[in-house]
Design a protein around this ligand. Sequence first.
Ligand code: ADP
Length: 610
Amino acid sequence: MSDKNDIQYKERSWLQNNVKTIYMAALLITLPSWGWMSWITLTQTSEQQLQQQVYSDIQLFADSLNSELEKYRFVPKMLMLDAGLVERTTRATSDHSGILANPYLQHIRQATNADEIFIVDPQGTTIASTKTSNIGIGYRHSPFFIAAKAGNSGGFFTLGLHAGIRGYYFSEPLFDPTTDEVAGVIVVKVNMARLERGWLNKATPMLITDNYGVIIASSTPSWLFTSLSPLSAENKQQIRHSRKYPMVSFPLLQTTTHKQIEGGQVVSLPRAGFKKVLEVNKFMPNLGWTIYGHGNLAAAKQSVQQGVAISSLLWVLLLSLAYVVTQRRLQFLETLHRREVNQARLQQAKDQLETRVAERTHELQESNLELKQTQQELIHSAKLATLGQLATSVTHEINQPLTAILTSADNAEQWLGRGQVDKARDKLAQIKTLAQKMGLITSHLKTFGRKTDDKNDWICPQVALDNAFALLQPRINQEQVETVIEDLSSFQVLANDVRLEQVFINLISNALDAMQLSQYRRLTVYCQTNATAVEIHFSDTGSGIDNDHLLQLFDPFFSTKDVGVGLGLGLTISYSIIKTMGGDLSARNSATGAVFSIRLRAASKSDRNL
Ligand code: ADP
């Protein structure tokens, strides 16, 4: 099974890798176009708004100018019906009787606020006027005179030749009631300056041109009597003939047209601050005049710039929002994907782990079984080794009764030969006792030598102890070792009897080994007990255990004995035997030598009843 994760993260998509670049590119590409479109749209809108505003301004002004002029138009119409005035005029023009009664005209002028009211005779000479200094002035070529002379109403704008005042002249014929001839012409002059007063102070320039394109009214006084376009020779001739103005040449107002828009045009005017203004005009058909109004594009441009800035900012925000939302979404999807992959990997790892644990457990179980078998074999081998060690002393122990049996048999034979049956019977009884003794020895060996499993039972440790001592007794006797053994027959411990005997033999043999060089040899077996355990101690008067060796005693192959004498497996095997019984084996030094302690589970009352 491979450790490498089989489940891989998906490659990041093209969009995920390039979302930032796309955003930057979109921003760089679209922002100028967006700004430019906003600029065009907002400029158009603001120009149209300005155009409408200027147009409504000049419309308003045209209306007020018209109504103002209309007011004066009625004055001569009214006066032409005045019979007294007609009669006086007729008389004055027919008999050249002189000046008409000016006080009457003066009265009318004051009442109407007109600039001047005067009467011209049929030859075109002023015969009466509210301005007496003007009497005698000729208007023979003036269109307003010519029109009235012809019996029509006249209206005419002119720059006064004498006073230099721009005025609008309304004229009506005065008919001689007897002949029905035009006996004179009544003229009412209105000063243009009066009409302009209302809009002169307008922040943006306003001007009126006449039918020749000559500026006759302007909010910028210096532009008066300049022209928007050069006058043709014919126009000049007409002006000269009508004496409309005292001059026929007019300086050109330096304007530049930048572009045409619907209902107006963008122009430059020769006045500081009006390099680019929106010009809107309106033709007044009844007067033949054109009114020009101007709107300040600079202010509009400023609001357009603000609008473009806001609109561009909004566009940037919109794109940024789209970018952030897209990026978040992509990140979320990636996180989701990674979480899913991680979960799948975890699951895979878990599955792999479970499989491995199952495999290992199986292997472990098998090796445990093997180990157990090996351990069993080892314990048995160790027992056989112990048996081998015991063989010498056991042989010696058996040899003695065997020799005695042979001798007794010889003796019994001799006594029978002599016919002394009783004595022969005694010898046979001795042989029987000796044979029984031998049987006891071999039965101990037989018990110890039998193969056993590792099953534990509640047993009395005394049996195993007696057996162990019985097997080692020849050696104990030989080495003159004193034994002090406490009676353990009242205890029940959880153990395997043959195995426990093996441990006892090992501990006793070690104690005998350790005491070999001791002057005084005593082996004491005593026990301590509590409710749950019994501790059996083997205390000797031997060499004791070197402090450095205390921790190694139970390690396999640890031995201080000569090669061939000790293998160093006795305590290791004893320790593992006691552990399988749920007990413990430990070692320490005492004042006299070493003490080895076996702790085993003690049987409670209920255990004993089992
Ligand atoms: P072996 O007897 O083959 O050396 P053991 O495992 O039985 O192996 O003992 C290990 C060692 O423990 C011995 O070599 C000895 O040094 C020490 N030992 C065991 N019992 C005693 C004892 N009663 N007194 C002193 N040392 C002991």
